[in-house]
Design a binder for this molecule. Structure first.
Ligand code: ADP
Ligand code: MG
Length: 215
């Protein structure tokens, strides 16, 4: 059964916006689903995320970073994703393993084979059935993310990743596109440099086709 759907893309590409909208739409169509996200899909993952995103941890070793994301994933897969899939629910997940390959592989330069070993072990070999990749120029994504942070109450909510260089984010974008090239059947490439509704229509179509839902 094809039920595990992930949303990927650089900061500010609209993942959280689109996952929320499509979840509302699918719920109205009586599709049984959960929405979750990494690394904060569990209470333990949320705490791990606190360490990962804290700007004070700017000297974090890239291996530590990778292990922490995978640690959060192990918890998430066991406690949230697998149980929902076993109940026959669709799981819409904001970021998953591809983000580790893109950020810690393409971005930080860690060996992909090693990431694969740790990630496969952490995720119990669970792979997404469908991945929507939201692609747009990094300058546009970061501008959106900055604007979003300005609107949040806390004055400087920009995290350890968002404050990385433009060059780092360009590597992430390229890394994601490489993942797509290596596994084209799993991915749906979405041009995220358009307005929210246009993108949402495409997201609905893509997911509805995949789960055989009449629009
Ligand atoms: N298509 C869009 N056009 C313009 N702004 C957008 C679009 N999609 C999302 N945004 C805004 O950009 C910011 C980042 O979007 P968000 O969904 O949080 O991205 P992500 O979860 O990928 O980091 C938010 O303030 C959101 O309201
Ligand atoms: Mg988000």
């Amino acid at each position: 059964m094809k039920k595990f759907i992930t949303f990927e893309g650089i900061e500010g590409s609209g993942k959280s916006t689109q996952i929320k909208l499509v979840a509302e739409y699918l719920s109205q169509k009586n599709v049984s689903l959960i929405v979750t996200q990494e690394p904060s899909g569990t209470e333990i993952g949320r705490k791990i995320g606190g360490i990962l995103f804290d700007r004070k941890n700017n000297n974090m070793c890239e291996k530590t970073e990778m292990f922490l994301f995978c640690a959060a994933r192990a918890q998430h897969v066991r406690d949230v994703i697998m149980p929902a899939l076993k109940q026959g629910k669709i799981v819409l997940c904001d970021r998953f393993s591809d983000a580790t390959y893109a950020y810690q592989g393409a971005g930080r330069g860690l060996d992909e084979k090693f990431i694969g070993l740790v990630n496969d072990y952490s995720s119990m070999l669970l792979k997404p059935d469908l991945t929507l990749l939201f692609d747009l120029p990094v300058e546009v994504g970061l501008q959106r993310a900055n604007k979003r942070n300005d609107n949040l109450k806390e004055s400087s909510s920009i995290d350890r990743f968002e404050k990385e260089t433009l060059d780092f984010h360009k590597k992430i974008r390229a890394g994601y596109l490489r993942l797509l090239k290596n596994d084209p059947d799993r991915f749906c490439l979405i041009d995220a440099n358009r307005d929210v509704n246009t993108i949402q229509n495409e997201v609905r179509q893509c997911i509805s086709n995949f789960i055989n839902l009449k629009i």
